[in-house]
Design a protein around this ligand. Structure first.
Ligand SMILES: *[C@@H]1O[C@H](CO)[C@@H](O)[C@H](O)[C@H]1NC(C)=O
Ligand SMILES: *[C@@H]1O[C@H](CO)[C@@H](O)[C@H](O)[C@H]1NC(C)=O
Ligand SMILES: *[C@@H]1O[C@H](CO)[C@@H](O)[C@H](O)[C@H]1NC(C)=O
Length: 511
């Protein structure tokens, strides 16, 4: 089916409000990268105004001339040092860059003949046509690729009254959230007693938390635990992921993925699923992996335990309502996770999935999110990508890259440049697949209802076995007495966790 323009326009304001106007995303994004704050992003409201006008123009060259902006807005916000001299960067002239900025040439293995020209992938660009959704999702059909999956729910629309307001942390006093809080308590999980971080200003505004290694706070130092998925085990395997959708241009991405027979993992935002549930059904029936990216995309370490449960719970619930299955993986928005968020996620059956980080300045983040708001350029994103694969091809294990399907610009750089380049890489080729497959697991292992739990133990059980979370007594005991220390515990969680942190020191990846 084809999305009507009316649908697109109706959804746009919320979408913009969620991801641009309050600036939180951009700030937390900077905070995740440990770079100085830059100017707030301009609004992107004009971006999808005229959805019917296509500006797709063919290119014939496989060598893409890419200009690199030297504007201050770009410097300091990118993941990778501006002007870094990767082997793949050569030359200085460019036919597509504006004369005003110095340029560089990145040699890509291949580009898509129908790629949108780089010069057109800019903030506030004239919107290209959105493509029809693949017609894979028929209500009531059984996903035959997924043993034991229930039929696809028949949905004609989702009722706003059944969900919290979009794009802000959900209230915690609803019966649903109260039930999820109880379920977390019943696991007996010990949640570390860290005070929530200041969600604005990043590590600089959170000096005590940032220097507290026992938090294992990824944002400030890149700490991970052994249960976090940060890479694919096999060299040249790329766990393909897209965050923050489903959104207007998700169907364009799906069409390209279908054309190239690629499957991805989509970390979806519950508030976006509310508007674009039909896209989610297409993604799922198209055999992409669906995973949780919270209800409203706030930095999780800045929320209370109860709010974190609400963020994960509502996203999990709306996915289940739309697909009939419940994901068992999550990605924290901005990568913002610490041991408190980990404990809650794992107790809710969700394994955290990050993106590969090999040093403080080399996270595998294309920064594609920031083209739409003008904080980075498409040329810089392609440069970031080249640095990522430059490093990826020398690793002994595979990798996971941060990309987004929220904005037109990031979809266009993915389908026009990044994916074609990766597919053109032949000796050896990349194996591009959803995270669940790069872990050598079956798609049935990605959902609670279809996981047989034998070869793929549930997230919480696996984390307890690995010593990543601690339980008070036995979970059963906690249940029968109703005295679990979870959620509002005033127990000795802090010291337990310090000990765990010491014992697990070897598993932490600090810079
Ligand atoms: C946090 O950091 C920002 C700059 O990123 C600053 O403007 C703000 O005053 C800081 N303090 C608080 C309490 O947010
Ligand atoms: C690896 O990443 C770093 C940091 O972005 C970059 O400077 C370097 O050129 C990359 N290495 C290769 C071989 O591309
Ligand atoms: C697997 O474990 C989950 C979570 O503990 C549970 O909900 C589910 O019923 C289990 N499935 C099977 C087949 O045992």
């Amino acid at each position: 089916m084809r999305l009507s323009t009316n649908t697109l326009l109706a959804v746009l304001p919320v979408f913009v409000a969620a991801h641009a106007d309050h600036h939180l995303h951009a700030r937390a994004q900077q905070h995740a990268r440990q770079v100085p704050a830059a100017a707030p992003p301009p609004p992107v409201a004009s971006a999808a105004g005229s959805s019917s006008q296509a500006n797709v123009v063919g290119t014939t060259s496989s060598q893409v001339a890419a200009s690199q902006s030297s504007s201050p807005a770009v410097a300091g916000t990118s993941t990778l040092p501006a002007g870094s001299s990767a082997a793949s960067v050569a030359g200085t002239t460019s036919s597509v860059s504006s004369a005003a900025v110095p340029s560089l040439t990145v040699q890509l293995q291949a580009t898509n003949p129908t790629a949108v020209p780089l010069a057109s992938i800019i903030p506030g660009q004239v919107s290209a046509a959105t493509h029809p959704l693949p017609s894979t999702a028929v209500a009531g059909s059984v996903p035959t690729f997924l043993s034991n999956a229930p039929p696809l729910p028949t949905i004609t629309g989702l009722l706003a009254a059944n969900y919290p307001p979009p794009d802000r942390p959900a209230p915690t006093d609803s019966p649903e959230v109260q039930q999820w809080i109880k379920e977390v308590q019943d696991t007996g999980v010990v949640i570390p007693q860290f005070s929530p971080t200041n969600g604005i200003g990043g590590c600089a505004n959170n000096t005590a938390a940032a220097s507290d290694a026992s938090r294992c706070w990824w944002t400030c130092g890149g700490c991970t635990r052994s249960t976090d998925i940060t890479e694919c085990p096999t060299a040249m395997d790329w766990g393909l992921t897209y965050d923050d959708g489903p959104a207007f241009y998700t169907p364009n991405l799906l069409e390209y993925l279908d054309q190239e027979q690629l499957k991805a993992t989509f970390f979806v935002v519950g508030s976006r699923v509310f508007y674009n549930w039909n896209m989610l059904q297409s993604q799922y029936m198209g055999q992409h992996q669906i995973a949780v990216h919270t209800w409203s995309h706030f930095p999780l370490t800045s929320l209370t335990n109860e709010q974190i449960i609400a963020e994960l719970g509502w996203s999990r619930k709306i996915i289940k309502d739309v697909l009939g299955v419940t994901p068992n993986m999550m990605r924290p928005p901005y990568g913002d996770i610490d041991d408190r968020v980990r404990a809650i996620s794992l107790a809710m059956g969700l394994t955290p999935v990050m993106w590969t980080r090999i040093s403080p300045l080399a996270t595998f983040d294309t920064d594609d999110f920031n083209i739409a708001n003008g904080q980075t350029s498409v040329q810089q994103v392609i440069q970031n990508w080249e640095n990522i694969i430059g490093n990826a091809t020398t690793r002994n294990s595979g990798f996971i890259v941060l990309e987004h399907d929220l904005f037109e610009q990031s979809v266009e750089v993915a389908t026009g440049y990044i994916l074609p380049d990766a597919l053109g890489h032949k000796n050896p080729p990349f194996k591009i697949q959803p995270v669940i497959h790069c872990l050598n697991k079956d798609m049935t292992d990605a959902y609670i209802e279809t996981n047989n739990n034998k070869t793929n133990p549930p997230a919480f059980q696996a984390a307890v076995s690995a010593g990543i979370v601690t339980v008070t007594g036995t979970a059963a005991g906690a249940k029968s007495t109703g005295k679990s220390a979870a959620v509002t515990s005033k127990s000795t969680a802090g010291s337990l966790w310090s000990l765990a942190g010491l014992a697990l020191g070897g598993l932490m990846t600090l810079p």
